[in-house]
Design a protein around this ligand. Structure first.
Ligand code: NAP
Length: 155
């Protein structure tokens, strides 16, 4: 919350790296995070705020979710419901980051975003699998390295 840390929560940190990789500057952008869990939604919103995004946090009691999503330049979805966010909820050219790890009706791994319809609208979009998951692991390794360096007195 105060922006001072050695270790970032892995999944939100991975999401930030993915957004940075697009070259889209977060400053002043409308950022919408769907989900307010302690491990994803809340820290995600704080990290976007630290990068000067204008952040809206949505959850299960949010009204007009579609309308809010349509205003998002950057949309991070962490709900836990298969293919919940569809293309008609996405602003043209938006950065869409899908944190969800769900199973579809055939038991196949999928995200919270309906990739097929969403990719037609998004400027950038992450797949599931192969998007946020591997980045979470990468950030865990980064934290592990930082911890090891700290213990060894290197950092
Ligand atoms: P969680 O603790 O269950 O939180 C889900 C959030 O989504 C809650 O804040 C909930 O709102 C909100 N929500 C539920 N239904 C909604 C709806 N219909 N409309 C709007 N918001 C709704 O889940 P989580 O731990 O944050 O994980 C979310 C997803 O990300 C899961 O699929 C999980 O497997 C995945 N995940 C992936 C990684 C990765 O490395 N790829 C890491 C962590 C999690 P309320 O607060 O009002 O209940």
């Amino acid at each position: 919350m105060i922006g001072e840390y050695s270790f970032l929560p892995c999944t939100p940190a991975g999401v930030m790296r993915l957004i940075e990789s697009t070259g889209v500057d977060i400053t002043g952008k409308q950022c919408v995070v769907i989900g307010r869990s302690n491990i994803v939604g809340k820290p995600q919103a704080m990290l976007l705020l630290q990068k000067n995004g204008t952040v809206t946090i949505c959850h299960s009691k949010t009204k007009n979710l579609k309308e809010i999503c349509l205003g998002a330049d950057i949309l991070v979805v962490a709900i836990g419901r298969a293919k919940f966010v569809t293309g008609d909820m996405i602003k043209e050219g938006a950065v869409v980051i899908d944190v969800g790890m769900d199973r579809d009706e055939n038991g196949k791994l999928c995200g919270d975003v309906d990739f097929e319809s969403a990719e037609k609208k998004a400027g950038y979009i992450t797949p599931v699998p192969g998007g946020v998951g591997p980045m979470t692991i990468a950030m865990l390794m980064k934290n592990t390295l930082t911890a090891a360096k700290q213990q060894a007195g290197i950092e």
